[in-house]
Write a protein that binds this ligand. Structure first.
Ligand code: ADE
Length: 292
């Protein structure tokens, strides 16, 4: 099954970008995943192709219009509908954008040629792909969510610019809001690239046998242990002796301890969750740390 990514963006030229090289680039060429970067502006309703408007209630910046976003999402969802979806796509691409009736509502007002991987491998028919908006207001992306996504049919990613999205789109089209960290990017595109990169490397046959991913950071709720390679001494700094001992039990023990120590020091949030200890919060209140 091909993992099908559709990215709704005002800057389709940003894709595949870094995902066109190395591991992800090779996997794209091999059809292990597909990418369709769709211009949101193509779904504008007016002749000026407007995608945004001023915020209700006033304030700085512009907000992406819910009606335009909805059309773009409906289009992306219709792409991979079993049978009917394929008919929509093929008919529209031949006509250069016509009006179809009787297939699905979304097709009726599409006035643009669709963007789709023209001769790519057949998409996963049947299973709905989740629609994810990249926004700093979203739920933090985790390796667990990445694993779930990578095991599914693909994703439809919605990238914002300006002040953000009209809030009504999230409930109106069942859109999940995801953040890639407590930082503010100039748009959702770099976050979409991050999310896709994290999924693609987990697809079957992409990483190869050498790296199962089982010992990586976050896989067991901890940071991974540190790595070393030759030379044994560099600028007076040496590789820990235990790693050269050949004693596999001792090495495993050392790695486990470093993984735990580093997590405790660098990521107390992860450590609390992992160890499930009762912790004293900054306010002084005691609370139980819960697993999700
Ligand atoms: N867009 C802007 N900042 C973002 C963030 N931190 N995560 C996801 N999308 C974003």
């Amino acid at each position: 099954m091909t993992f099908a990514a559709t990215v709704l963006t005002l800057y389709p030229e940003m894709f595949p970008g870094p995902l066109g090289v190395s591991l992800a680039g090779r996997a794209l060429e091999q059809g292990k995943w597909s990418l369709d970067a769709v211009q949101i502006r193509d779904f504008a309703i007016d002749k000026h192709r407007t995608v945004d408007d001023t915020p209700a209630g006033g304030g700085a910046g512009m907000v992406l219009r819910v009606d335009v976003l909805a059309k773009a999402i409906d289009f992306a969802r219709a792409q991979f509908l079993p049978d009917a979806g394929r008919e929509i796509i093929l008919s529209l691409s031949k006509d250069g954008g016509g009006v179809l009736s009787g297939v699905r509502d979304v097709a009726e007002d599409l006035n643009v040629p669709p963007h789709h991987p023209a001769d790519g491998p057949p998409p996963c028919a049947g299973e709905e792909r989740p629609v994810i908006a990249l926004t700093p207001r979203g739920k933090p992306l985790t390796q667990a969510r990445v694993r779930e996504l990578a095991a599914g049919p693909g994703v439809i990613l919605l990238c914002g610019r300006f002040e953000g999205f009209d809030e009504r789109i999230f409930a109106g089209r069942q859109v999940e809001e995801v953040s890639v960290g407590d930082i503010v990017l100039s748009g959702g595109e770099p976050a979409a690239l991050m999310l896709l990169d994290a999924c693609i490397r987990l697809l079957p046959g992409v990483m190869g046998a050498a790296s199962s991913g089982a010992e990586e950071s976050f896989e067991n709720g901890l940071l991974e242990y540190p790595h070393y390679t030759r030379p044994q001494e560099w600028e007076g700094r040496t590789i820990p002796e235990v790693l050269r001992s050949g004693d596999h039990a001792k090495i495993a023990e050392w790695r486990k301890r470093r993984s735990e120590d580093d997590t405790r020091l660098r990521r107390p949030d992860l450590w609390e969750r992992h160890s499930g200890v009762r912790v004293q919060s900054a306010s002084g209140a005691q609370h139980e740390v819960q697993d999700d």
